[in-house]
Design a protein around this ligand. Structure first.
Ligand SMILES: N=C(N)NCCC[C@H](NC(=O)CCC(=O)O)C(=O)O
Length: 448
């Protein structure tokens, strides 16, 4: 194989907690005030990365952020020393302190949209960090995310970095969680599929009525322009607004694609038949035949899909041409979902193996296997140009496990967020992490 899809998983940060911050994400709001175990969360994520590395897939690590974000709190008027900033926020606005303390950067499917060099006008891999404009705790991520991505993908001959889109609801952008790429091979031109929740400038199409649509059509179109994608190789589709109202807050909770396969629910998109036909037509023009695997509502309901995160799975291409589906433990516990998966892998189709991971700490905030990873399709030359400090290996796995065990607490609740030591612990850990991953200075406390 001369081209690969590498997955860069978000390492869970030391402040992982359950603050109920994401209206529309039913796991997040349902687990508000549960006690979190940041150490276990990070170890669960590392175990998935290592297992996929051991299975022969290219696996990298995306670093967490400095939290609480003292810079955000200062911007909101909390002053004094860092400890005073935290004490004042804890007293006057605990909800803002909680939002500023979220470890939400672990869900790196939302870190950026990435277009491989085979699709872009200048032949480079293009990155646009997502503005994550819909939620305050996520909207503060993109400046540091951009710096980390630049520290990982430094070579200007191979990689192009854009700033996030304007931080405004019209251009709400949630990154790769609403972006899929189909192709015959990772280094041949593909079709990029952008799914949006609503059109910001056109009031005619239906919108969800209960929960927010985080991604706009206009944001997706802007990314396609910035990345220099060809019109004949791009498909835009609106997510079914009824599913957003049932808790499908990103497209990757209702569909997942890889190579020429789209695994999706019957109720994923508006005008679904036309959407599938457009993908098939555009994909055949670049030499691949779409295989659309549609799961009917009568076999797995949207509610069961949201509970199990069946579609928040990773589809990974194996050397024999078949694909593995990586699902969370919750998929095994919902009987119709598990029965469906067994039928799927035994059907003689492209997906012939299922791998199950325990990601409960992340799942309780609505983040499954697919949320935890950012995909970058690369040629061997581009892969060699990546900062190798972030690529998973036996040594890096051992180092990161020891690092987590040394620095992370095994219990964190809402009251703990007021503890000024948490910031010191986080900074000490991250300072070491930037050395381990060879990132240089990327955090506000390192740049000050
Ligand atoms: N589907 C994808 N790609 N990503 C999942 C993101 C989960 C994240 N949860 C949170 O941010 C919850 C934080 C809290 O409530 O403490 C979110 O809603 O943005």
């Amino acid at each position: 194989m001369t081209a690969f899809e590498a997955n860069f998983d978000g390492l869970v940060g030391p402040t992982h907690n359950y603050a109920g911050l994401s209206f529309g994400n039913v796991a997040s709001t349902g687990n508000q005030n549960a006690v979190a175990n940041p150490r276990l969360a990070a170890l669960q994520g590392l175990a998935k990365m290592k297992a996929l590395h051991d299975a022969g897939f290219k696996q990298g690590v995306l670093a967490p952020h400095e939290r609480p974000s003292v810079a955000s709190l200062r911007q909101l008027g909390f002053g004094g020393s860092d400890a005073q900033v935290i004490a004042r926020a804890a007293k006057e606005a605990p909800a803002i302190l909680a939002a500023s303390s979220s470890a939400s950067t672990m869900w790196t499917a939302n870190a950026a949209t990435v277009s491989p060099g085979a699709d872009t006008a200048d032949g480079r891999i293009h990155f646009t960090p997502a503005n994550l404009n819909n939620k305050f705790h996520r909207a503060i991520e993109h400046p540091t995310t951009g710096r980390i991505l630049q520290a990982m993908f430094r070579d200007e001959g191979c990689f192009a970095h854009h700033p996030a889109l304007p931080a405004q609801m019209h251009f709400g952008d949630e990154g790769a969680a609403n972006h899929t790429r189909f192709c015959a091979a990772y280094d041949s031109p593909g079709v990029e599929f952008f799914v949006y929740g609503q059109s910001a400038f056109d009031s005619r199409p239906p919108k969800p009525s209960r929960f927010p649509a985080r991604q706009t059509l206009e944001a997706s179109q802007a990314i396609a322009r910035l990345h220099g994608l060809r019109e004949e190789a791009v498909v835009f589709a609106q997510q079914d607004p009824e599913t957003i109202d049932k808790g499908v807050f990103h497209n990757d909770v209702i569909s997942v694609g890889n190579a020429n396969v789209l695994f999706h629910h019957e109720k994923s998109f508006l005008n679904q038949a036309e959407v599938l036909a457009e993908i098939a037509r555009k994909l055949s023009a670049v030499g691949a035949q779409l295989v659309a695997i549609e799961v009917p509502e009568r076999e797995v309901s949207v509610e069961q899909a949201v509970k199990s995160y069946l579609f928040n799975s990773q589809l990974l291409s194996k050397a024999d041409g078949k694909q593995i589906i990586v699902v969370p433990e919750e998929s095994r516990h919902i009987e119709p979902v598990w029965a469906y998966l067994n039928r799927l892998t035994g059907s003689g189709g492209p997906i012939d193996e299922v791998r199950v991971f325990d990601l409960k700490q992340s799942m309780q905030n609505g983040g499954g296997p697919a949320c935890l990873r950012l995909r970058v399709a690369m040629s061997a030359r581009e892969l060699a140009a990546v900062n190798q400090g972030v690529m998973m290996s036996e040594e890096l796995f051992a180092t990161l496990n020891a690092w987590v065990n040394k620095h992370y607490r095994d219990r964190l609740d809402a009251a703990d967020l007021a503890d000024p030591h948490l910031l010191d612990e986080c900074r000490t850990a991250l300072d070491q992490l930037t050395q381990i991953l060879q990132l240089g200075s990327v955090y506000p406390f390192q740049l000050a």
